[in-house]
Write a protein that binds this ligand. Structure first.
Ligand SMILES: Nc1nc2c(c(=O)[nH]1)N[C@H]1C(S)=C(S)[C@@H](COP(=O)(O)O)O[C@H]1N2
Ligand SMILES: [Mo]
Length: 398
């Protein structure tokens, strides 16, 4: 069912794209710099086509070379992932009127975005990363976008802390174990919502750091990224950050929506998903080099190898860099503003490269001693790839 819906979305997008001039006249598509590149889908027409990779109408990733070294990922290059078609742009026409239902608290209520703005205000820097980031490095052709490194970005959100909303409504009811949030997409008749809706449960305690956010990187959250209102759960994989959130409920059980029950479950290749398998909650420890970005030819001599390191667990303590494919390592320096434990940390190491081929990679080390692993863990849907070997870049020194 979900696949069918995705195909429909893709077909509509292709039809629109082939309408050519008309679509461009409506501002629907930017002109891609590469002749072969797919056009940006209308919902993401504001993206910088020259610095992203368009996998499909619902999957766009940031190019490795586009992250820069300022620490924040601009919205115009931030990856995009929609499991189902985004709602109509009409929902961002009057943002303050957007409603969200809060359940599983002492006084359940439906609040408007205008109401939320009166309850509290906070902001957080955090890595938003798709569970399947790195899928493109797996060998078994797992279904889904073949992301390399760019289905992740370091983003700034502001909104009201969920805990403030909960406090205003008398607190979480006794015995609730999950925070279950529902996306605002609507479905054509005949489609079973359970099978397609984006409704995710996370441990209820995640509410302590969660936000109901209306601003991304200094601007109202674009429709593509979940405007007018999005749930932000720092440290958790992308799917838990529910866009166009219309309900946040504290619940005894995890939702029975397919996306929770069997979707986003880590299991061996060839197996079906089920609720006994680990679900995609906290992000694992990961780093990757963003410059050199790979494929380029460099001059012999000093090179500033830089990249990013992040985790949903124990904080980053250090990063090491290798220029010989992992045979030897040297310490990198963390640099730039420290935006908190859920943001990524930039690192740099000055290396001296002689003529020849070099395989450059990085590995992060956490405060609790965890070291980013060398290899990926094979799994059916190719989730959670943090192996440093596959993330290496190859450069030639002339
Ligand atoms: N309502 C809703 N929320 C959603 C999704 C969606 O399709 N609908 N996709 C999820 C997934 S799988 C990811 S990786 C992130 C992507 O966020 P972005 O498109 O803002 O980068 O949103 C998550 N939240
Ligand atoms: Mo995702």
């Amino acid at each position: 069912m979900k696949e069918a819906l995705e195909v429909n979305v893709a077909r509509r997008w292709l039809l629109a794209a082939s309408a050519g001039g008309a679509a461009a006249g409506l501002g629907g598509f930017s002109s891609p710099s590469l002749a072969q590149a797919r056009p940006l889908p209308p919902v993401a027409s504001f993206k910088d086509a020259s610095r992203v990779i368009v996998h499909s109408a619902s999957g766009i990733e940031t190019q490795r070379s586009a992250f820069g070294t300022s620490g924040i990922t601009d919205t115009d290059i931030l990856f995009l992932r929609n499991n189902i078609a985004a709602p109509d742009a009409a929902i961002v026409a009057n943002r303050d009127a957007w409603q969200v239902q809060i359940d599983g608290v002492t006084q359940p209520r439906t609040l408007t975005l205008a109401d939320l703005k009166r309850i509290g205000l906070s902001s957080v820097a955090m890595v938003l990363q798709c569970s399947g980031n790195g899928r493109g490095f797996f060998a078994h052709k797992a279904s889904g976008s073949q992301w390399k490194v760019g289905a992740a970005g370091n983003t700034l959100w502001s909104g009201v802390p969920v805990r403030d909303v909960v406090a205003a409504l008398g607190g979480v009811r006794e015995g609730m174990r999950y925070m279950t949030s529902t996306g605002g997409e609507t479905f054509p008749p005949g489609i079973d919502p359970q099978k397609v809706m984006v409704e995710r449960s996370v441990p209820w305690i995640a509410m302590e750091e969660a936000l109901l956010a209306w601003e991304l990187n200094g601007e109202p959250v674009p429709l593509a990224h979940g405007g007018p209102l999005r749930l932000i759960v720092p440290g958790y994989y992308g799917v838990n950050n529910v866009k166009y959130v219309k309900r946040v409920a504290f619940t005894v059980d995890e939702t029975s929506a397919t996306i929770q029950k069997s979707g986003y479950r880590v299991r061996d290749i060839g197996r079906k998903g089920d609720p006994t398998q680990p679900t995609m909650w906290h992000m694992n420890l990961k780093s990757f080099v963003t410059g050199p970005a790979g494929g380029e030819t460099l001059r012999a001599g000093p090179v500033q190898v830089h990249g990013v390191a992040f985790t949903g667990g124990s904080p980053i303590k250090a990063v090491e860099v290798s220029v010989d494919g992992g045979k030897s390592w040297q310490a990198a320096t963390l640099f730039g503003p420290h935006l908190g434990r859920y943001a990524w940390r930039q690192f740099v190491a000055q290396v001296t490269l002689g003529a020849g081929q070099h395989l450059i990679t990085s590995r992060a080390i956490a405060v609790d001693g965890t070291v980013q692993p060398e290899l990926r863990v094979e799994n059916e849907r190719a989730y959670a790839h943090n192996g440093w070997r596959d993330h290496a870049v190859a450069v030639t020194v002339a």
